[in-house]
Design a protein around this ligand. Structure first.
Ligand code: APR
Length: 256
């Protein structure tokens, strides 16, 4: 039985021959990542057993109306997350993707994460679909404030008087068009599409898995459990991304 016919899939047993053959032929690779790739850096995920949304309600924190109702509370939550992200380090999974950039012809990262860990790991070609917690902008005039914000007088305000907010995409908001279009273009043209550490339930980002499928990419899932998209993946490696992705780097290095 293939791993996807189990509810709790068997642990990853190594890189299978079909995958290795596809990898040897692949020119363009996309890593589509979610919160799971940062879990081993100590950043909590959103869903699953210890997910953030089990304790907090996204409607009260991660949306514009919540911010306008209570900017202080929303900033308290984001400052808490900024601290976690600031203290976190890229883990072996992030580093493996960055290393594959030097071992393979064309690697693109399309991430839902706002933690900047792919960039800190050394990845270059990154599309950030849901923004970046290290950037902030004025809701009135869109001026960016990416240095340390001053909270001594309460919620930080722009020179124009507008409230400053985190540069993250909240529920109900559009994704940054340049990031989504750029990421989608890379997905349409890739040979292998890795879907790493995401429950693939938040759209339009999750729709990229189907875009990859329609474009004929070989789809490889890396996750600790089955997801909504496991059934359409060509192969699923069930295990921690911090273990599986470095194994791919090791294989590529041996091949050299
Ligand atoms: N290795 C691989 N996968 C892992 C690991 C790990 N070490 N730890 C957890 N996972 C998997 C979980 O099984 C789950 O499928 O990572 C996934 C995390 O899913 P979510 O918490 O839903 O995160 P994500 O898919 O990124 O959420 C998408 O939702 O709340 C919004 O904007 C937020 O970008 C986020 C979006």
């Amino acid at each position: 039985m293939s791993s996807r016919e189990f509810n709790n899939p068997p642990a990853w047993g190594g890189l299978d021959e079909t995958f290795l053959e596809k990898l040897s032929e692949a020119k363009r690779i996309v890593f589509f990542t979610g919160a799971g790739i940062s879990a081993e850096s100590g950043i909590p995920t959103f869903r699953g057993k210890d997910g953030i949304w089990n304790k907090l309600r996204p409607e009260e924190l991660a949306n514009f109306n919540a911010f306008m109702r209570n900017p202080q509370m929303v900033w308290e939550w984001y400052n808490h997350r900024k601290k976690i992200v600031h203290d976190a380090k890229p883990n072996a999974g992030h580093l493996a993707i960055a290393e594959m950039q030097d071992l393979l012809e064309d690697v693109t990262v399309v991430t839902q994460n706002i933690d900047n860990l792919h960039r800190r790991a050394g990845s270059k070609n990154i599309y950030e679909l849901h923004g970046n917690i290290e950037r902030n902008y004025c809701i009135n005039c869109n001026t960016f404030y990416n240095e340390e914000l001053d909270f001594s007088g309460g919620v930080p305000k722009c020179k124009c008087g507008g409230l400053i907010r985190p540069d993250v995409v909240w529920f109900g908001e559009f994704l940054p068009e340049d990031q989504f279009m750029g990421g989608e273009e890379a997905v349409r043209n890739c040979d292998i599409f890795f879907v790493v550490g995401t429950s693939a339930v938040v759209y339009p980002a999750a729709g990229l898995v189907y875009t990859a499928k329609k474009s004929g990419a070989f789809i490889v899932e890396v996750n600790i459990e089955e997801t909504e998209v496991s059934a359409i993946c060509d192969t699923s490696f069930f295990g921690e991304s911090g273990k599986i992705l470095p194994a791919i780097v090791d294989h590529l290095k041996k091949r050299e």
